[in-house]
Each structure stands twice: as C-alpha cells, then as structure tokens.
Design a protein around this ligand. Structure first.
Ligand SMILES: NC(=O)c1ccc[n+]([C@@H]2O[C@H](COP(=O)([O-])OP(=O)(O)OC[C@H]3O[C@@H](n4cnc5c(N)ncnc54)[C@H](OP(=O)(O)O)[C@@H]3O)[C@@H](O)[C@H]2O)c1
Length: 241
C-alpha cells in the first residue's frame, strides 16, 4: 500500500509527545486523526498542513466517544493503520500518603482505561484488514516504579505496559503488532505538574518530543513482519538500571 493512503490516530496530540508524533507521521504522508480534549490545541498541531489532519476533540476515558470516533474514521477512510496512545496525565500531590482517591481514579482512567478503550475499539478493524500497528507511549515508570512519577502514575503505566504486551501476544497471528515505548524524561507540559519545578537548564538537556516521535516512526515504518515489542528511550544523562 502507498504510504499516502495510510491512516493514523494519535491521542494526546494537542501537545508534547503526541503533537510531535502526529506531525512526524503527517510529514511521512500519513493522514493523521488528532485526538485530545482541547480542540484549539489539536488545531495548532494541525496548523502547518491541515489537509493531512482530521481534528477530533474527545476524552479517551469516554467509551462512547471513542467508539463513535473509530466508527467515523472507518466510515470516512476505510482503514486504520496506526493507533498511538499518547494521552496521559499526572497530578502534583502524588505521594501515596497524599494522593486523593479521585485523582488516583482519574489518572488510572485516562492513562490505562483510555488506552484500553482505543485499543479495544480498533482491534476489529485491524483484524479485518489483517494488519495494523498499535503504539503505547508508556514510560520508564511503567518498568520501574520510582517516586518521581507518583503512585497513581506508576500504577497506570504498569497497566499500560501489561495492556500492550498482552494485546501484542493475543493479536500477533492477526497481523496486529504492538509496541510499548518507555520514555524517560521528555521536555513537555506534563513536567509542569511536577511537585518540584523543573529548571530551564534541565529541560534543555532531557529528551525532546521529536526524539520519541522518531522512535514511533521507526516502529511504524518497518515491514509488517517486524515488530519492535518494547523500546526504552532515555536522555543520555538519565540512568535506567
Ligand atoms: N514528558 C515526559 O517526561 C514523559 C515521560 C514518559 C512518558 N510520558 C508520557 O507521554 C505521554 C504524552 O505526555 P506528554 O509528556 O507529551 O505531556 P502533555 O504535553 O501533557 O501531553 C498529554 C496530552 O494528553 C492529552 N490528554 C490528557 N487527558 C486526556 C483525555 N482524558 N483524553 C484525551 N486526551 C487527553 C492532553 O490534551 P488535553 O488536555 O487537551 O486533553 C495532552 O495533549 C503521556 O502518556 C505521558 O505519560 C511522558
């Protein structure tokens, strides 16, 4: 298939890593459906080449909205080649002793259930077309639970990791390949929710969103016989042991 006919859905595409992934995929001639809650942010992502994008504001935690999205993309384009789950959130007061129950529930609902909603809804279409690539932007916090991320974020990212590996195993004979990407620190707006402010100097030396986008493009552009099941990407200066 000519890559210009390929359709990608990217959640969390209004900022940070998701925005960079959407723009890299569009530059590689995918038509990209950008998803997030703030329409204005999605329109900014799409501004440079709006003909390569469809803007679909929604909350990935709302199952009905996700179902309607997938139905409408299939009705309009006839296929879905790539799903990238990049929507994510955290909270400031994140220690186990402090995090309010409703914040715990919100973080699990967006990061884990939101990804599950999108994955479960695209599987029938990907099975029907005998192929597709699903990419989860998990985190190093989905491999090692450290206090920096906080208890709810860590739990949600471990869930996302398990979701990706389980679906990758279950769907491999159907031609659906799943990649879990585990970024270390990336300079994006999510850092603004850190309990301790992140300095400009630190932000300058960690990963930039386009670094993760390049990893996504690699996973998508390999021949369909090849799957990158897991990929850890951290700043050169960050430990991952
Ligand atoms: N930055 C890092 O250091 C880092 C490291 C490892 C992993 N990650 C992961 O990378 C992913 C992207 O985060 P980021 O760093 O790029 O931060 P970001 O700029 O804050 O991006 C998160 C995006 O998710 C969207 N979002 C949040 N809740 C949503 C919901 N309920 N439904 C739909 N969209 C929602 C937000 O847009 P709206 O508010 O408009 O919905 C926002 O555009 C996240 O899953 C994060 O956990 C980040």
């Amino acid at each position: 298939m000519n890559v210009s006919n390929r359709i990608a859905i990217v959640t969390g595409a209004g900022s940070g890593i998701g925005a960079a992934i959407a723009q890299h995929l569009a530059a590689a001639n995918y038509h990209v459906v950008v998803v997030g809650r703030r329409e204005s942010a999605l329109r900014e992502t799409a501004a440079a080449a709006s003909q390569n994008f469809s803007v679909r504001p929604l909350d990935v935690g709302e199952r009905d909205a996700v179902e309607r999205l997938i139905e409408s993309v299939v009705a309009e384009h006839g296929r879905i080649d790539v799903l990238v789950n990049s929507a994510g959130t955290n909270t400031v007061d994140r220690a186990a002793a402090n995090v309010p129950l409703d914040e715990w529930n919100r973080i699990l609902h967006v990061n884990a259930t939101g990804a599950f909603n999108c994955i479960q809804c695209v599987i029938p279409q990907m099975r029907q077309q005998s192929g597709g690539t699903i990419i989860n932007i998990s985190s190093v916090a989905g491999r090692r639970a450290i206090s920096l991320g906080g208890v709810a974020y860590n739990a949600s990212k471990f869930a996302m990791t398990a979701l990706g590996t389980t679906v990758g195993e279950e769907e491999k004979e159907n031609g659906i390949r799943v990649t879990n990407i585990y970024p270390g620190e990336v300079e994006t707006p999510i850092l603004d929710a850190r309990p301790v402010p992140v300095s400009a100097e630190h932000r300058a030396r960690i990963l930039q969103p386009e670094d993760v986008a390049q990893a996504v493009l690699l996973a998508c552009s390999l021949p369909s016989r090849a799957r990158i099941s897991e990929l850890v990407i951290v700043p050169t200066t960050q430990s991952f042991v």
